[in-house]
Design a protein around this ligand. Structure first.
Ligand code: GLU
Length: 376
């Protein structure tokens, strides 16, 4: 059974495995942790478990909570060092809180702190998949956050929206529910009285992106609508539904799903396994810039041949994930390169027959084979 409406997120057959992401502004208020509110949410998660759904939590709030404990200004986000220290203090309290509140319902919390590379590197991604699967098999509730205390700028997700979408891929989840302080995606600034919420989105297009405004409204988290749409793009390619809903009210899951208050992004296609991982890659080692003819061939499902490449960017090894871009800079695909950057540069623009001499060895059938590529 497919997910076609918000109510399906609470249906075991349409959604056997659900990822719920909780934004910082919901967990931490001016007075510190919003324990009563969280109790209500945990009761809803326990209800989902009793219906037979697997539940994974992606919980923000470490930085906000740590900042409130340490008395740091700017929500602990004044500098990277502040954010890392705040996260270290906040995370330990956050874990205790989740373990405590889930425990009231007889549920065992399991903490995973992930960095970007844990999900970008194929071997580590499979490792995370194995751990999540084992935990869910044993009935535990994984509670996940980014490992903010060690993740520096270059190696961070920086927002838990995309982290939640990547976790959903790794765990083979059916849906992601992003709970934050907005009711969903609006067609213009939600403060505008004319603004209307979109109930359903089929494909995150340029027009949809244009509706999103920058950073986090509360100033507590780092996401905002932009990162939520990026998360929706990761999900939609992996066959995962993603919903944005407000968590401000009590029992937010029931409000979103029973009353249909939220925005549901429907999946576009169902990449699985290696293709899902590749399509969701956030950092790529380089780019192959291609001409219009090659771009058409990719759209028709072809491999990327050297003849259609006009430029090579970045330093990458054979087997690394690279972006395939058109000359205007739009990303057309992600794929695994059959050559390192230097050899790609040697053969670019050349027909297969000319390549052996340039390379000094028999050329491969393509620079990126279609089996190792996903269109974006
Ligand atoms: N990982 C951050 C934290 O726990 C939150 C990231 C976000 O705001 O999405 O504080």
């Amino acid at each position: 059974m497919q997910i076609t409406r918000l109510a399906d997120l609470t249906d075991k057959s349409a959604c056997p495995r659900l990822v719920v992401k909780v934004g910082s502004s919901l967990l931490v208020g001016a007075e510190g942790v919003r324990r009563d509110w969280l109790q209500g949410l945990v009761a809803e998660l326990a209800a989902a478990r009793s219906r037979g759904q697997d539940v994974i939590v992606v919980s923000s709030g470490a930085i906000a909570l740590g900042a409130s404990k340490l008395g740091l200004d700017r929500g602990g986000r004044g500098s990277l060092a502040d954010a890392q220290a705040a996260a270290a203090v906040g995370q330990i309290a956050l874990s205790a809180l989740w373990a405590d509140l889930l425990g009231v319902h007889g549920l065992t919390a399991a903490q995973l702190l992930l960095t970007l590379d844990d999900l970008e590197d194929r071997r580590r991604y499979l490792n995370a998949t194995a751990t999540l699967t084992r935990l869910l098999d044993m009935g535990a509730v994984p509670v996940i956050n980014e490992n903010d205390s060690v993740a520096t700028q270059e190696i961070r997700f920086g927002d838990n929206d995309r982290l939640a979408a990547r976790v959903a891929q790794a765990a083979g989840a059916s849906a992601v529910l992003l709970l934050s302080d907005v009711d969903g995606l609006f067609d213009r600034n939600p403060a505008d009285p004319e603004a209307r919420r979109l109930g359903e989105v089929r494909g995150v297009t340029a027009q949809i992106h244009a509706m999103a405004s920058g950073g986090s409204a509360s100033g507590m988290g780092s996401g905002g609508m932009t990162s939520k749409l990026q998360a929706a793009e990761i999900a939609e390619r992996a066959g995962i539904a993603l919903a944005i809903a407000s968590g401000l009210a009590d029992a937010p899951i029931a409000r979103a799903c029973e009353q249909g208050i939220g925005t549901l992004f429907l999946p576009k296609r169902k990449d699985v396994g290696r293709k899902a991982w590749l399509g969701g890659r956030l950092r790529l080692k380089g780019a192959l810039v291609v001409d219009a003819g090659a771009a058409k061939a990719l759209e028709r499902g072809g491999s990327l041949l050297a003849a259609g490449i006009v430029r090579v960017e970045g330093q990458f090894q054979r087997g690394d994930a690279v972006a395939v871009q058109n000359e205007a800079g739009a990303v057309l695909a992600h794929g695994l390169a059959e050559y390192d950057a230097a050899d790609c540069a040697k053969v670019l623009g050349r027909k297969n027959a000319q390549q052996a001499e340039l390379l000094g060895y028999a050329p491969r059938s393509a620079v990126v084979h279609r089996d190792q590529m996903v269109l974006i």
